[in-house]
Write a new protein. Structure first.
Length: 268
């Protein structure tokens, strides 16, 4: 969800090469929720096997561009989570390449084993370390790429704006814990970039994640204040807090508000 622009650039994003082992192909599905489109990440050394992260929508031209960019060497397909804008094309790409689809949720795993936190997946000389980052959804994963000094975050951290906590599957407490864990990983590993699921690459990961945490704390304070002024329903809180929200993403603000209210009911 692109709400308060706490991070990112207003310049259009079109993907491209990040490092010798990391390239982004932008899916043709721009929208208020997907920003410029879904970022499909190709990980691996040139001339070697390629791991695809988030093949995106089931768009034939996009999937063929993935196979072409990988020179037909796609060996694994990983999902940050199961939302269609990230995962819908996985089954088709599996049929095109024979590569297994691996995810935390067994419902989205196909032709191989699933993913769990702590796993390390080889992609040529690059390693992909699996990190559990629930909150946006319960099945969200992020990936640490030590060689490229990058964190690949799916929808947990976006390249522009902020993400929605997709209540009731997503939980704000889990999301705050996940952001804290990513911040710690970024600091300890001296990560130099965040590779998001939508929008441009972000530099200075620690500062970006701190901005995300500050935004969530400020939003909770706004929700508390709205309740103190008499707002009771999620709709009333959205009217009081998200005063400039576009109609096209109001439903997402309602999901996040329900997550915020549930969080406050557990803690206040």
């Amino acid at each position: 969800m692109s709400g308060l622009p706490v991070v990112g650039s207003d310049q259009p994003w079109s993907g491209g090469s990040f490092s010798a082992t990391v390239t982004c192909l932008l899916a043709p599905n721009p929208s208020p929720m997907t920003l410029d489109g879904t970022n499909t990440w190709l990980i691996g050394d040139p001339g070697a096997s390629i791991v695809v992260i988030d093949p995106g929508p089931d768009d034939d031209a996009h999937l063929r561009s993935i196979v072409e960019a990988a020179d037909g060497r796609v060996t694994q397909i990983l999902l940050t989570h199961g939302h269609p804008d990230h995962a819908e094309g996985a089954r088709h790409l599996h049929a095109m390449t024979g590569a297994p689809v691996r995810a935390l949720d067994p419902e989205h795993t196909l032709g191989g084993e699933g993913l769990d936190a702590g796993m390390v997946i080889a992609a040529g000389d690059e390693e992909i370390h699996v990190i559990a980052t629930p909150g946006h959804t319960s099945d969200c994963l992020s990936f640490h790429l030590p060689r490229s000094r990058a964190l690949l975050t799916g929808d947990t951290v976006l390249g522009r704006g902020t993400t929605v906590v997709a209540w009731p599957d997503g939980h704000l407490g889990d999301y705050l814990d996940s952001l804290a864990a990513l911040r710690s990983r970024a600091e300890v590993s001296q990560a130099r970039a965040i590779l998001p699921g939508h929008g441009p690459v972000l530099h200075d990961p620690v500062a970006v994640i701190e901005a995300y945490l500050d935004h969530r704390r400020a939003r909770l304070d706004q929700v508390r204040a709205a309740r103190a002024r008499g707002a009771r329903t999620p709709e009333e809180v959205v009217d009081a807090v998200y005063v400039d929200i576009p109609d096209a993403v109001r439903w997402a603000a309602l999901l996040s508000t329900r997550a915020q209210l549930a969080f406050l009911e557990d803690r206040d």
